[in-house]
Ligand binder design. Structure first.
Ligand code: SAM
Length: 317
């Protein structure tokens, strides 16, 4: 691999599962175990609290945490910083009558994050199409102590948005399958795509993924009571990110349902890396979406958020 890729080092991020533990207990436990607060990219046995996410800790990239009791019993969740953003942006309702959907849930890191933000109250419908990944989802949710999740082995595109069961769903998280091109140890894909021979296949694959992602977003917009949809990918390609968002904003579902893009002020306002310029029709919208890159010490990632204009409901059947 080229030096630029080999040189990338991002911390091992650990989200503290607040359904089972607190950040203060976690910090104390690691200190008792020999870690001291400091820069985890400089030295072994250093760890730090994240500057943006309250319940996130940073460890050296080599830190092995999967053989600890805290990982086995679900107090720790290994989750990249950027992938914590979608649940935070969605900001799900934390009250007993709240209902939300995680449309593409396995292995369940974002579902358990949502469950923690909701304090195990209300209801999360977690959909997963793939049977094996659904089994993993169930295992992870049980380990994390998520009692407010109903996991369903279904294809989101076949779900009936008019079903009474979903009539109270106000928030949807959509983190669908993507090229995965932002994942650090897969950045070699980017290098491959430079080759002339692979360009056609690469373009075709992205077009297919983008069509699927747009279809999923449009389906989410049909849920009658939905007020907020967060769309995220771990892709660096605008085809799967800004272009999908732009097409979704111009879809009949968005127009009929009264959806707009949440603004810069509503989506992680203190995060400075925003969308790729020149793709979204409205330049303000470029500022409204979030990107993450290895330069931010995270994987490549994209987050956007759609909100319904006050008083509108989907009338699409
Ligand atoms: N949000 C997950 C997390 O943070 O742990 C990761 C989701 S992964 C990027 C996408 C998942 O969506 C895969 O498990 C895939 O099997 C599932 N999926 C793809 N298409 C789907 C569909 N139409 N309905 C439900 N699940 C789907």
């Amino acid at each position: 691999l080229p030096d630029a890729v080999l040189a990338v080092r991002i911390p091992r991020y650990v989200r503290i599962n607040t359904l089972k533990w607190s950040i203060h207990e976690a910090v104390k436990t690691f200190q008792n175990g020999g870690y001291t607060l400091g820069n985890p990219l400089d030295q072994k046995l250093k760890f730090a609290r994240d500057a943006h996410i309250e319940n996130l800790l940073l460890f050296p990239p080599e830190a092995q945490l999967t053989d600890t009791p805290e990982y086995s019993d679900g107090r720790l969740i290994l989750q990249d910083k950027a992938s914590c953003f979608p649940a935070i942006v969605l900001s799900p309702p934390a009250h007993p009558t709240g209902a939300i959907i995680d449309a593409t849930a396995a292995p369940g890191n974002k579902t358990s994050h949502l469950s923690a933000l909701m304090g195990n109250q209300g209801k999360i419908f977690a959909f997963e199409r793939d049977r094996k990944r659904y089994d993993t989802l169930k295992t992870m949710l049980a380990r994390a102590g998520c009692n407010n999740v109903e996991a369903l082995n279904v294809d989101f595109l076949t779900t009936d948005y008019n079903n009474e069961k979903y009539s109270r769903v106000t928030h949807i998280l959509l983190d669908p399958s993507c090229s995965g091109s932002g994942i650090i140890n897969r950045l070699d894909h980017l290098m491959e795509s430079e080759g002339a021979g692979s360009n056609v296949a690469h373009t075709e694959r992205l077009a297919k993924l983008a069509a699927f992602q747009l279809q999923m977003l449009r389906h989410a917009m049909k849920y009658p009571a939905v007020e907020k949809i967060v769309y995220s990918t771990c892709s660096v390609h605008p085809e799967e990110n800004e272009q999908v968002v732009d097409a979704a904003l111009r879809s009949t579902e968005a127009t009929a349902g009264g959806f707009r893009l949440a603004t810069h002020a509503e989506v992680l306002p203190t995060w400075s890396r925003r969308g790729q310029p020149g793709i979204l029709s409205d330049e303000g919208d470029t500022e409204a979406v979030v990107r993450c890159s290895p330069d931010d010490a995270t994987n490549g990632f994209f987050v956007s958020c759609f909100v319904r204009r006050h008083g509108r409901r989907s009338t699409i059947s």
